[in-house]
Each structure stands twice: as C-alpha cells, then as structure tokens.
Design a protein around this ligand. Structure first.
Ligand code: ASP
Length: 633
C-alpha cells in the first residue's frame, strides 16, 4: 500500500483508453521520496510533462550595469540557460525536436522523476525589478496562466524576491479552484553568476511544477516549497531568504523530494478553474506603534480607503486606553471600512484572550488569525473587489480560510481514531514518526474501502479526523477514482467539495473522469466536468474511440464521451467520423442520435465519401432518407 504521501499524478491528456496505452501522451507520476530511477524515463515515448515559465524579472535574470548596479537584462535568459546542463539537456532536446519539429522546448535532464520536464520560457516586456511591480502585473500573470491552463501540466513564475510574497499571496486568491501546480521562484544571486542559487531554484521549481500536483500557488526557495500566502521574505542576503512561520514547508528537497501531502490545500467547491482578475486598490497596511497620533490614524482611515490591515502587538492587542484611536476605528467601521487585525509577530496568531485584543473586536475589527501581512493585504484587495458579496459577507470572508492562508481551528487528530489507537498499542509504537508512518500506510486502504462501500458517514468521520482524502492505494487509485468507477454521485460530490483532485492518475494513467466514462456514469461525468475535468486527448484519439463505439452501436458510451467533452465530429485516421460508421453498419438509432447532436453530414472520408454516400452504396435506404432529409449542413 502506498502511503498517502505518495504520488500525485497528472498528465496533459488521458493516455489509457480501455487499458490501451496511448503512446502519444505525456504522463507524470511522482513519489514523495524518489531515488534516482534511471533510464526508465527515456526521452522517446511516454513520460513528458510540460511547464510554462513566465519570466517577469528579478535578480535571477539580472546583470551588473556599467554603474555597478543590478538591472534586468532582456533576451538572454533562454540562451544562457541552454549553456547549463542541469537546466537543459541539449541531446534530448534535439531528439525531441526531430519528432516534434513544430515545438521548441527546453528540456530538463533526467532527474530520476517519472516525467521529463519540457519547458517554454515566456519573457515579459519590460522585465521588472519586483519593487516596481503593481497589481496590474499580478493580473497579467494570472491571465497568462488562464490562457495556457490546459496546455501545460504546471507553471513556474520567475520573479524578484522583494515583492514575491505579495504576488504569491495575490495569485493564490485570484486563481480560483486551481487544480495545477504554480511555483514562484527567483534568486538572491543572478543565474548567470558562478555561485548563483538561481539554477537550483529554477531546476527544483521545474521538477515540482512538472511532476507534482500541488494545486496551490507556492514559493520555492533554497530547497523548500512553501505555501505562497503563508510566506514572507525574511533575509536580504541569506540564500534561505523566505520562511513560512505558521505552516511547515509543503515540500523539502533533499536526496529525495518529500511532500507533506496532508498539508496540501485543495479547492473545496465544485467549480472550474477561473481567474478573478479584479482587485481593489483602496487598501493599506497600518502598523501601530506606541504614541501613534490620532491624526495619522484618521488620515490613514479616510476615504477612499476601503480596507486596512492593522498590524497590532503580540496576540492582536491594541492600546485600549486610547479612546481617540478607538473612536476612529469605530467611525471607519460605520463607513464600511474593513479593518483586519494581524499581529506584528511573525509567529503565532491573533487571539482575543486579552482585554486589549477583544476591545478591537468590539469596535468591529475583524480578527485575522495568523495571516502574514502580505496575505491579509492581498486578500482584502481580492475580497473587496467581489461585487457579488455584501459587506457582511466580505467581513466573514476575511475571517474564513479561503486558500489555506489562515488557521481556523485545529481538527481532532487522526491518531484518536479507535482503530489507529488499537493498532498503535498492539504494535507497541511509541514515536510520533512511527504513528505517522502507520497512519500513512493504512489510511488509503481504509478510505478506499469506505468509498467502495459508499459509506458517507464513515467518510465524514475519517475527514474530521484529518484523513487525507486524495490518498492513493498501490494502483495510485484515489477515493475519487473509485467513486467515479462505482458511479456514486453523492460520494463524488462529497469528495470534490472536500478538495479531492480531478487531475490524479492511477497506475493505468486514468483520471477519475475517464473512470466515469468507461463505466458510463453520466451524472458523475457531468459533475466532474463541472468541476473542471476534461479529456484533453488528441482529437485523433477521440475520433478513433468515437468511431469504434459507433461501429458497435454503443450509444451509451457515445453519450458518455460527449458529456465528457468529446467532439462527435472528430474523425479517425481514415477521416471517417462516427456518422460514416453508423451509416455503414445500418444503425438507425445511432444515426438519429448523431444528427440530433448536429454531427456534420457533409464530412468526407479519405475517399471523398460522405456517410450518405456509404449508405447509398450499401442500400441502407431508410438511412439514406434520414441523411438526406435534413440535408442542410
Ligand atoms: N530587487 C530584486 C527584485 O525583487 C531583488 C531580487 O530579485 O532578489 O526584483
């Protein structure tokens, strides 16, 4: 049994249909701890993963100018990267280019992961020092990810370190229902210099984005992967420039890559990926200090301000004896300004257990738990721009956990489950690591069996005890795969609402959507598609499948494929569509179904024949009539 920390998978496309491997497809499989796994993943055949690199600027791509300062240098990044063997495998790239002359990818060398990472660098104009970035740049990055979302397995953003935590936090909110990995990285020393940290950061970012489904906006720095909205820049000079004090790293790069899968945040609504591209700019950060004047506070809270992050002392305390300040807070609250209480300490959270803290709540200040200032500010900007939310909803949202940016409450420990406790006792386990290992080993099995039983109550208990609902078994099947195969709509809905990933792949490279398709569970297919699932197969593969099912008269399967997003007009390699085959086999019901779904009647096969021509040759008279009847393509 694989531990729940094992293997998220994603590929650009569904590559196994009814057990047949589609060699055209890319596949990605990754394990939490991977030793070098050699030549299994040859550049020819399967095993590619595509990553889009958005290069926005920052030290990573800077050169020293004549006056001795660092400034971004345009149009050299790609050329220079090609000179570093750890970032680009020239031979593999040449091999790939022979088979795919239309594309110009850079290729990471074999790093022991299952997929070879192909990547494209899109350089922004102008390249920016991140201190010059604005909200418009965040929107541009978000829109670029949206535009290329389905073409790539993951995304890397190269960015200056100074405002990286702001960009990461903002993107985490703007990228709604994110299902793919977004990694932001940069460096303290330019990539082109001998001692640069940029090469390792870029390589690790590409490996993570190309091999692991961590559907979050993350920051990768100095061998650690952080949740972006939990991260702050903590050093101007150390290579360990970032930290996320209130959440351990999501992954660490040592000899292997260890991902803390249970900490990975997953979208919890059944919606497709979407970019919210509006931001409210009337926000600010106000840091209290002893003897701050009421004039400063009043000026700060004056219109047009709509949202303020108030950086208070310790566990969220303010000077409760300063009536003048509290009156200003009250007035601002009445005007509809949202004030969020965040601590000036980097570790720990706002906790109204002191009179000085609860006094702020009494004047309408919203507790911000353990949000970083960067997360709180960008969240305010996002929340305030939601036109569909009332003021009260916006306040509630600021307290709620939208993207893992704050701690709401601690769930009961999974170890408390009776079965685990019993096994722990029997096996005489003592250390926390042993208990963790046991839980990781047995929870996928328990979860999968509960799902195949269809037992929603037990599933909820498991979740409350902190079980990781995307844990996969030996075959890399997740509970969602099983629920989709079984067609259990309620369980599918439950799993999606609790963040199960639609992009995970089992040992045969099937996604949950494909499992629903090959078992003809139409309602489940509709739900997965609503949640952003898609076939993403080459149209030729879809055409071959459609034609084969049409020939067999399998209307139900045709409908499954249609619901999953297949275009019924996709032809097979002889340029025939399913209508040609239905006409040839004299399948009136299939022909009527296809006509109802507006399949093109004038499409010609390799020999220039339409479906009607075939029906005529074979004297399928009633089909000829049917096909001629509505002959108005
Ligand atoms: N000033 C640079 C920037 O933020 C610093 C860096 O990239 O490390 O763009």
């Amino acid at each position: 049994m694989h531990s729940p920390n094992t293997a998220s998978e994603e590929v650009c496309s569904d590559s196994i249909i009814d057990g047949k491997e589609d060699t055209l497809q890319n596949s990605v499989r990754s394990e939490t701890t991977l030793k070098n796994s050699s030549s299994l993943h040859k550049i020819k055949g399967d095993g590619y993963s595509k990553v889009l690199v958005l290069y926005t600027g920052g030290t990573i791509g800077m050169l020293r100018t004549e006056s001795g300062v660092y400034a971004p240098e345009t149009s050299i990044m790609e050329k220079r990267i090609k000179l570093y063997p750890q970032l680009h495998d020239t031979t593999a790239a040449e091999d790939y280019a022979i088979e795919h002359p239309e594309k110009n990818f850079m290729i990471l060398p074999d790093t022991g992961e299952t997929a070879r990472v192909l990547y494209v660098i899109r350089e922004y104009v102008p390249l920016l020092d991140s201190s010059n970035m604005t909200m418009d740049d965040w929107i541009r990055i978000a829109m670029d990810i949206k535009e290329s979302y389905e073409q790539y397995n993951g995304f890397v953003v190269l960015h200056g370190t100074d405002t990286m935590a702001y960009t990461a936090s903002a993107l985490s909110f703007m990228l709604e229902n994110l299902g793919k990995t977004v990694v932001i990285t940069g460096s303290q020393i330019p990539l082109y210099e001998a001692r640069s940290d940029g090469r390792d950061n870029l390589m690790n970012a590409l490996i993570v984005a190309g091999n692991y489904v961590i559907p979050e906006v993350t920051i990768l720095f100095n061998n650690k992967l952080f949740r972006g909205n939990r991260t702050s820049k903590i050093s101007t000079s150390n290579l360990d420039a970032f930290n996320s004090p209130n959440l351990p790293p999501l992954a660490k790069m040592g000899i292997g890559i260890h991902v803390e899968w249970r900490n990975v945040y997953r979208p919890s609504s059944i919606e497709k990926f979407n970019v919210h591209s509006l931001l409210n700019r009337n926000v600010g950060l106000l840091r209290l200090f002893p003897s701050i004047t009421v004039e400063v506070v009043r000026a700060f809270l004056s219109p047009p301000i709509e949202g303020v992050v108030l950086q208070t002392y310790g566990a969220g305390n303010g000077p409760s004896q300063r009536r003048d300040l509290f009156d200003e807070f009250k007035r601002a609250f009445r005007r509809g300004v949202i004030i969020v209480n965040c601590t000036q300490c980097s570790l720990g959270q706002v906790d109204p257990s002191y009179e000085t803290g609860s006094a702020l709540m009494d004047v309408g200040v919203v507790p911000g738990s353990d949000m970083t200032p960067e997360a709180a500010l960008t969240k305010l900007s996002y929340v305030l721009s939601k036109k569909e939310w009332s003021l009260q909803t916006k306040r509630t949202m600021m307290e709620a956990n939208l993207r893992g940016e704050l701690t709401v409450h601690k769930d009961a420990k999974f170890e408390d489950l009776d079965v685990i406790t019993a096994v722990v006792k029997t096996l005489n386990l003592s250390s926390a690591e042993e208990v963790d290992a046991l839980r990781d080993a047995i929870s996928p099995a328990i979860l999968c069996s509960i799902v195949s039983e269809g037992n929603l109550e037990k599933l909820e208990i498991m979740r409350q005890f902190g079980a990781y609902l995307s844990a996969c078994d030996y075959d890399y099947k997740t509970p969602l795969h099983i629920a989709c195969s079984d067609g259990n709509l309620k369980i599918v809905e439950y799993l999606l609402k609790h963040g199960a990933s639609i992009h995970m792949r089992d040992r045969e490279h099937r996604t949950p959507l494909m499992n629903a398709v090959v078992n003809d569970h139409h309602e489940v297919i509709k739900l997965i598609v609503k949640a952003g699932g898609y076939l993403n197969l080459p149209s030729l593969t879809i055409g071959e499948m459609l034609c084969s099912y049409a020939k067999q008269g399998d209307l139900t399967r045709l409908e499954s494929l249609r619901l999953a997003g297949a275009d019924l007009n996709d032809p097979d390699c002889t340029n025939r569509t399913c209508l040609h085959y239905a006409a040839e086999m004299n399948l009136e019901e299939v022909v009527s179904y296809l006509l109802k779904h507006n399949v093109c009647k004038s499409a010609q096969d390799l020999y220039g024949r339409t479906a009607c021509d075939i029906a005529k040759v074979l004297e399928h008279d009633s089909l000829v009539k049917l096909l001629q009847l509505e002959n108005a393509d």
